[in-house]
Design a protein around this ligand. Structure first.
Ligand SMILES: Cc1cc2nc3c(=O)[nH]c(=O)nc-3n(C[C@H](O)[C@H](O)[C@H](O)COP(=O)(O)O)c2cc1C
Length: 193
């Protein structure tokens, strides 16, 4: 089972990226977590460039990596009450062509780590809404870490978070293992656009 991990934060010392690195170490047997490190290079979405042969390289790389993965693990900060613009831009690229996109029916679990007191729940809710509208299979269970700077430092994640990270990975892996589940012809809940 191949999971692609996507951090909504571009900064080097990102707590969200640290969480994903921890997830890579905590993955159950048979589950491989790979970090996508090309988010900053994804060009702004432009429908004129979203035609065969015209998709710019950063966006094409993102699409290819997501398409090749069995599931997605996203961890993102909240910026001003919603998700960072570059992560939303990625969702937009990944959402087209609608119903044939890299996100369509793709199982996804989400996490957020913020310095604020509310765990980034607004941002995470927006992320889940957006992914659902794009046709991803957004799984139950999320992890929202408030005052994350007290639990994640210098790339190290507090041991108390490990069971929750493991549980999310398990949820994701279980959603993938029954083969054919992601080939359902039914539109994922929330897919409207
Ligand atoms: C532009 C900007 C907006 C932010 N808005 C919020 C916010 O709405 N809620 C929150 O809890 N933290 C907010 N923060 C603080 C982030 O939670 C904090 O910077 C966090 O460390 C970002 O995650 P990272 O360590 O993965 O980069 C904001 C930070 C920035 C730079």
């Amino acid at each position: 089972v191949k999971i692609l991990a996507l951090s909504g934060s571009l900064r080097t010392g990102s707590m969200n990226t640290s969480l994903l690195q921890a997830a890579r170490e905590l993955a159950p047997d048979g589950v491989e977590v790979e970090l996508f490190d090309g988010l900053e290079a994804v060009e702004p979405y432009n429908a004129d460039r979203d035609t065969p042969g015209a998709v710019p390289p950063g966006a094409a790389a993102l699409r290819a990596r997501v398409a090749a993965a069995d599931g997605l693990l996203i961890s993102s900060p909240e910026y001003n009450g919603t998700i960072p613009g570059q992560l939303k831009n990625a969702v937009d690229w990944l959402s087209r062509p609608f119903k044939e996109s890299a996100l369509w029916s793709k199982p996804v679990v989400t996490m957020s780590a913020v310095t604020g007191a509310f765990g980034g729940v607004w941002g995470q809710a927006d992320l889940r809404k957006s992914l659902g509208i794009a046709g991803a299979r957004v799984l139950e269970g999320e992890l929202a870490i408030a005052k994350a700077n007290e639990k994640i430092a210098d790339g190290r994640v507090a041991a108390e978070l490990e069971p929750q990270i493991r549980e999310l990975l398990q949820t994701l892996a279980e959603s993938i293992e029954p083969s054919g589940a992601e080939e359902s012809e039914t539109a994922p809940a929330g897919a409207t656009a």
